[in-house]
Design a protein around this ligand. Sequence first.
Ligand code: PAF
Length: 276
Amino acid sequence: MKTFTTRRDIREYLTSQGAATIGFVPTMGALHNGHLSLIARARQGNDITVCSIFVNPTQFNDPNDLKNYPRPIAEDMAKLEQAGCDVLFNPPVTEIYDDNEQWHLNIGPLEHLLEGDFRPGHYQGVTQVVYKLLDIVKPDNLYMGQKDYQQFLVVSRMVSLMGIPVKMVMCPIERETDGLAMSSRNIHLTPAERQHALVIFKTLNWVKANFNIDNLPTLQKDAMAKLAAEEGVQPEYFSIVDGKTLLPADANSETVVALTAARVGNTRLIDNVLIK
Ligand code: PAF
């Protein structure tokens, strides 16, 4: 695997590869099998697979979260080598941002719903960095996980607003054998919290099994109550929404998705299931 830390060097290398197709997996590191499944998917569909590891400061609204975000770069590089990734881009913050850089993109309602409501400014930071990374890597295909469902929609919107010639590919959520969605944040869970966190997937499945478009408010309320009843779990939202707009689902919704965020101890987890 070739590793680059500057824009100039990675651009020079990718340009030298001519017409080779590029699959890109942007990450913030602390890689798990979810990320590696994106690498595997990118390898299947492209000549060159590029992964970026960059803990993006502009998407964190809690400075402690940014400070404590895991950064096991040596382990990550070993995992990428093993997964057959061709190129790693691992820039320092100064390579991506100038001082006092401003960014604002009108993403519409998607920005302020659900995650956007609990993490103000988060999607401005995400679009800012993904725009820059796409401009550097210039991939043909961009691979992102269903776990960050809203992020996928937000980035798709940015790609279409900015006319970026890249195909977005959503890859399924990878789960531990007991159902917990893989996440870089899971390492912060104590063994007891890890057990309590299973209520999230169980509740999503319960909602899927009991889905009834005429009964969404009750279903959402009951789901919130189930999460809150679990020791150490504080739900932030549980919403059953239209899979394209993230507005409340109705009979015309072609896709319906249930999305939730909850704090388990000090760790904030998100998860979702496609219902229809
Ligand atoms: O999903 C993530 O890890 C990040 O939000 C992303 C897309 C790499 C942007 O920093």
